[in-house]
Design a protein around this ligand. Structure first.
Ligand SMILES: Nc1nc2c(ncn2[C@@H]2O[C@H](COP(=O)(O)OP(=O)(O)OP(=O)(O)O)[C@@H](O)[C@H]2O)c(=O)[nH]1
Ligand SMILES: [Mg+2]
Length: 462
């Protein structure tokens, strides 16, 4: 995406479809004159507005006309005026609130394009905010995450990042690396005179300390991924064990076919659901057994595929079966499933008096047992994937994780150079590499490819 910071871009910022209002946004050097061409204060189209002499952060009622054709009246609108540098992009910005309706918004957009504006690319408003120094890159990325947030925790981690928590951390770390670098360079200056200002061991200890802090943060990415994208939770078990019934119950809708015939579910089904603040991608699968049926066998193969990829598994054993089958199923579960990520569930416990103490009993006829299962599910996610306190930074973005891993790699290089008693110049080069990688997080160090990849994923109008 080539960007000319001086042209004026326009886009509809609200989603397509009918709604109370639609908002269009214009940003750039000519945002004011282009608006003046098409906006009038009265419905007869006579009274113009002088935006340069209008106070910033004010709202004005008026009308949009199609000046390209017969000066047709398009809509009654409100325009909000934001003067550079106090706007989202840092440039002159006009926001037009029209009646909600895709046709009207499209029509106003085409009028603005006729007036001289250009259609904005995805994320271009936010990209300008970054290029104009209003926000750094990690904050721009937080804007995209904030829009996509589906749960409380996804929201709170992205709003924290937007407020600059990650940027602050990057700046603090940067300062620490600079301090270490200057100690190394000081050492370098005096080395010839045989003065050892700071012992190599001390420098090593400082780098190690920093490295451990960074490792802790990169480890938080798993939590971040769970917070952002949800936990892949597979419901598995023998045919007829009640998987689809549980799936439907958790979703609170009859999504999957339930029947007493073993082998009902063939292909897997996925749905999103939030349980106790945790986002789950629930996957109902075909019951596991050896089957002669070609289609069922393919379904079972897919079940195993999903089990392999799962973050978490609910394995259902039908407790209404006879004791031998139940015991066999328990051994099957115990020898084939990873304890850390699986929960053993005994289904249909209304049909059985004694429930094995090896798992959690549930019955669709008993709400308490299901609430208990939900609590076990969300607690397990919180303890295994999100063992971070509210104040800690949680990485939610893979790009940030890669940058930090590169920082750690450069710190390792520095440690190795120290170990090998290399001269200070080498150590200093390693530390400077670490600084560069760190700068990629906030965008102090960046290139077009990185920027394009980031903003490509935004919606148009943001
Ligand atoms: N009594 C009782 N019956 C249940 C319970 N849960 C499920 N069932 C019944 O068990 C039968 C099988 O349920 P499904 O949910 O279709 O089982 P499944 O594991 O999805 O079966 P497949 O798709 O064939 O692998 C149905 O007749 C359900 O009504 C329960 O808690 N109590
Ligand atoms: Mg089923």
């Amino acid at each position: 995406m080539k960007i000319n910071l001086y042209d004026t871009i326009a886009a509809i910022s609200t989603p397509a479809g009918e709604g109370g209002i639609s908002v269009l946004r214009l940003s750039g050097e000519n945002a004011f004159p282009f608006t003046e061409k098409v906006f009038r204060r009265d419905s007869s189209g006579i009274k113009k507005i002088d935006l340069l002499n209008t106070a910033t952060h004010t709202i004005h009622f008026g009308y949009i006309f199609d000046n390209s054709e017969n000066n047709d009246l398009i809509d009654e609108v409100l325009i909000s005026v934001f003067k550079s540098p106090n706007s989202y992009t840092g440039e002159n910005v006009i926001e037009i609130s029209s009646h909600g309706g895709f046709y009207i918004a499209q029509k106003i957009l085409s009028v603005l394009i006729n007036a001289g504006a250009r259609n904005a690319e995805p994320g271009e408003f936010t990209k300008r905010a970054f290029l104009n120094g209003r926000i750094d890159l990690s904050q721009a990325e937080a804007v995209a995450d904030l829009i996509k947030a589906k749960t409380d925790s996804a929201h709170s981690s992205s709003i924290k990042q937007l407020e600059g928590a990650l940027s602050e951390f990057a700046h603090r770390t940067r300062q620490e690396i600079i301090n270490i670098t200057s100690l190394v360079e000081l050492e370098l200056d005096f080395a010839e005179e045989g003065l050892e200002f700071v012992k190599a061991d001390d420098i090593k200890a400082m780098i190690l300390d920093l490295k451990h802090k960074l490792i802790r943060i990169t480890e938080s990415y798993i939590a971040g991924k769970v917070i952002r994208d949800g936990v892949n939770l597979v419901i598995a078990g023998k045919p007829n064990s009640g998987k689809s019934s549980l799936f439907n119950y958790l979703l609170n809708k009859n999504r999957a076919i339930v029947s007493p015939v073993a082998g009902t579910t063939r292909d897997y089904i996925e749905e999103n659901i939030i349980i106790n603040g945790v986002l789950f991608n629930l996957i109902d699968t075909a019951g596991l057994r050896s089957s002669e049926d070609e289609i069922e066998s393919e379904g079972i193969r897919r079940s195993f595929g999903k089990i392999d990829e799962a973050d978490m598994i609910l394995y259902l054993t039908d407790s209404a079966e006879d004791e031998r089958s139940v015991n066999e199923d328990i051994s099957y579960f115990e020898s084939n499933f990873d304890k850390d990520k699986s929960v053993h569930v005994f289904s249909k416990c209304d049909l059985k008096k004694i429930i094995s103490d090896k798992g959690t009993g549930i019955s669709l006829l008993n709400e308490d047992t299901l609430d208990n299962l939900k609590r076990i599910m969300s607690d397990k996610v919180k303890s295994s994937f999100i063992p971070f306190s509210k104040d800690e930074i949680v990485l939610t973005n893979l790009r940030h994780k890669f940058c930090l891993e590169n920082v750690i790699r450069s710190l390792d290089d520095a440690l190795k150079s120290l170990e090998d008693k290399m001269s200070g110049e080498f150590i200093s080069v390693d530390l400077r590499n670490a600084l560069n990688h760190l700068g990629e997080i906030t965008g102090e160090v960046t290139n077009d490819t990185i920027l394009n990849n980031i903003f490509m994923n935004f919606c148009i109008g943001k």
